[in-house]
Design a protein around this ligand. Structure first.
Ligand code: HPA
Length: 250
């Protein structure tokens, strides 16, 4: 049975429901991943969990070694990945607490090591990225949502910004004009590296705030409110992840 990889972002540093847990420190030709990988079973499926920001949330989005993270998951047999991210809602209807399964990406990041095909380790190659997420895994997420009676927003454009600061209102207005629906800092280059290495990768994006200048956040974002929204949403995320695992391979 294929191994399911789960990448946890802010607010999701571990999966409490994992059984038969074992942690392993791995290294790759790109260096060390953000944290030790956690191996375990979730609803009968073999799962590998990785905390994207490291244990203790130490790596800022631009400091994450995305290549090591994706390479390490691949090297331990993972072929399918659910990546959990937190995002700001640009589309006003995507209120805090909404769970989104995006289907497109716009990349605003810069200066990140964003390819395996840099001509050093591997020869130059190109990948098709027209549809940046794996439809099979998107479908599994949506199915887990339906099974759990959880309404997921199907589709949407994820805009990846550099961070770690939040955006200005004008930047968000520009992103809205570009067609971005949610904004986060870690979806790229993670998604493209997954594509390059051949992983079936989809994202579960948790809206934890209205983006800068949107709705109630016209004057600013109250960072202290984000924590409570995130904590509540991550409980629902855990149920969905268990559902994906339960259906894994099926
Ligand atoms: N902007 C960028 N990244 C984020 C946000 C945001 O408003 N909220 C959570 N991650």
């Amino acid at each position: 049975m294929p191994v399911l990889g789960i990448i946890g972002g802010s607010g999701l540093n571990r999966i409490a429901e994992l059984e038969d847990v074992r942690r392993e420190v791995l290294s790759t030709s790109y260096g060390a991943p953000s944290a030790a990988l956690t191996f375990g079973r979730l609803c009968g499926a073999e799962v590998v969990f990785l905390a994207r920001h490291g244990d203790g949330h130490v790596f800022a989005p631009h400091r994450i070694n995305y290549r090591a993270n994706i390479r390490a998951l691949h090297d331990c047999g993972v072929r399918d990945v659910v990546a959990v991210t937190t995002v700001g809602g640009i589309l006003e209807a995507l209120e805090p607490g909404t769970l989104v399964v995006p289907d497109q990406i716009i990349d605003y990041t810069h200066g990140r090591a964003s390819t395996f095909f840099d001509g050093v380790d591997q020869p130059l190659d190109h990948v098709d990225f027209t549809q940046p997420f794996c439809e099979t895994m998107r479908g599994r997420l949506l199915r887990a949502g339906a099974d759990a009676g959880e309404e997921l927003h199907n589709g949407g454009v994820y805009g990846a910004t550099q961070g770690p600061r939040l955006e200005t209102a004008a930047e968000i207005r520009r992103m809205a004009r570009d067609g971005a629906d949610v904004v986060g800092m870690t979806g790229m280059p993670e998604a493209v590296l997954a594509r390059e290495i051949g992983l079936c990768y989809a994202m579960l994006a948790v809206v934890v705030n209205a983006a800068a200048g949107i709705g109630a956040n016209r004057q600013g974002i109250a960072l202290e409110d984000i924590r409570a929204v995130s904590d509540a949403a991550m409980k629902r995320v855990a149920i969905l992840l268990a559902g994906v695992a339960g259906n894994h391979g099926g």
